[in-house]
Write a protein that binds this ligand. Sequence first.
Ligand code: TTP
Ligand code: MG
Length: 649
Amino acid sequence: MDSGTNPPEPSQDTASLVQRLAGPSTGKAGLAKDQTEINRIIAEASKGSKFYENEKKKDKDLTERITRVLKQRDEALQGVDIQMERDLSQYIVHVDMDAFFANVELLYQPDLAGKPFGVGRGVLTTASYEARKYGVRSGMPGFIAEKLCPDLIFVPINWDRYAENSQKVMDVFRRYDPNMNAASIDEAYLNITAYCKDHNIGPEECVREMRAKVQEETNLTASAGIAPNKMLAKICSDKNKPNGQFYLSFDRKTIVTFMHDLPIRKIQGVGRVNERLLEAVGIKTCGDVFTHRAMLSLMDKQFGLDFLLKTYLGIASNVVQPGQREERKSVGSERTFKALSSKEKILQKLEEIALELEGDLNRLGFTGKTVTLKYKLDTYQVFTRARSFDRWISTKKEDLFATGKELLLPELPLTIRLIGLRVTKLKDLRASSPSGGIKRFFEPLNTSAQKRRKLLDDLEQSADLPVMELNQTEPEEAMPGFYEHDEADEELDMVVDNVEGEDHPLQIHATETTVVQTRPRPPVSAPARAFSSRQQNAEASTSSGSRGAVESRTATTSYITRASEAASRSRSAEPSIEAPLDTGATGTLQCPICTKTLETDNQGLNSHIDFCLSRGAIMAAQTKAKSPVKGFKSWGKKNSKSSHGKRKG
Ligand code: TTP
Ligand code: MG
């Protein structure tokens, strides 16, 4: 450093040092406005002293630290650390059967070919691709599907057929990867790296061959995605549906480009709730995550920067393995019915649930420490009451019923439309048995779609479930903080609401097979009716009860919020679409639900219909005109019945 009288040339380094030497009180009141010259004089006067040298060192250390922090910040925001996790060495495949239940039905009823049909009654499990052109889709209540496509043929569910064909399909998949992960009845993840190496073929050829084998052996078509990880493979399997495959090049640039314009909703774990939340902060596509990375880093807790950056970069797990029993977090059973107020009838339902739960716990080989009672009021608010024990509970119906009753009685009188019991804090009673001895079971885990499948299965009261093992497909990482409301519940509500009759003719039993999410639920609201102060603790409050038990209560109101939002939309004009919609072609299309005119293609229209078909919208429509739903009037004209299947009663 220059030791002459002239001040050193100002530079980034010296400027910070000069500032530092000026001391901590440079902001004091009454000082000259421009401190530059004063600071320079102080720096000059201090020069050469030990104090100066020490301050110089400290300034240098701080400057270096700042440089490191800035580098870390930049790397974090660019996802540099995350990029290190990118592994492009494995060929991961997601394969998904096309219109599975529908195409299986076609095997048995070939005259359905080319016709619009749906499988199911109250709620459709799936629809043929012809029916999809009208907006008819899985999870849609039959009465809505019929409005969208008056010629729709309703085919009853034949669960045994799907299970049998699923087994055949999975057997083919297993030849390509013995460790494949059967993610649901018609889809699986595979790692075909070893197979490709052993057979000296490329991944695309391998998958083409596998799909051809499936078709040869089952007469069913499958679509597949090939990518470096499960998330990407799943997105890709949808790209060329039906009967197609999509290969995503295994290079970073292609992957990031692929992700850039992808709607965030396409990501597993981002449902309607998270989609709306992200949209509210400007994130519609995965590319938007990068644009808003600074904001997201500030809101890490709410949005999960790591998950979103990985998503943006197309980084996810490439570990494919069969599902583990340990992943199970709960076993439960619930029933939806027409609203009930009578104590006797409610208790009768509870007893039935306890019996089903006993069966499920024994079948699956679990016990647990916590019993949770769930009920849904006629206002659609959902509450839970739980009791935890310091011992493994008895899985006998009488004991489960007794605990459920203990939790329920203080709540009465109530008017409820759903009651359920669930056991958590599980113990695997078969944990010590050799793996070959484990009775294989058919139990979709975790995702709401899978839950829905089981719900629908029960809804249709089909035969006992055949033996098959399905595995967890919940994304291994997900957005924290926000609870995706289970849309299956809404669909069932819709169906129950549409069943005429004074009594409760439709009773839906759903064996709960979900893995309880570890992410927190949304803020909860106070229950509609007055509770004691202990009970008013909306967030799973705890207090010691008798026998060392812990009680909790939660309430969710997402139904209500959404219903009121949707109800505020107007739908006065008459719909005008009668003909099937062209897939792919963009044009002016009118939404049959809200009657809005849209510049979109068939896919866009379907997404819009999905949105419009929120429970609230239907409820509002029903209130306006009991039957037929107002706004659907012009579609009610044709009413073709089919010999192939039943129409909703
Ligand atoms: P999906 O693979 O989601 O649908 P799909 O096979 O019918 O059609 P795609 O060509 O789009 O893959 O589901 C597989 C089967 O699971 C489906 O045929 C019926 C059943 N299912 C339900 O029962 N309820 C549901 O909500 C969904 C989504 C599927
Ligand atoms: Mg499918």
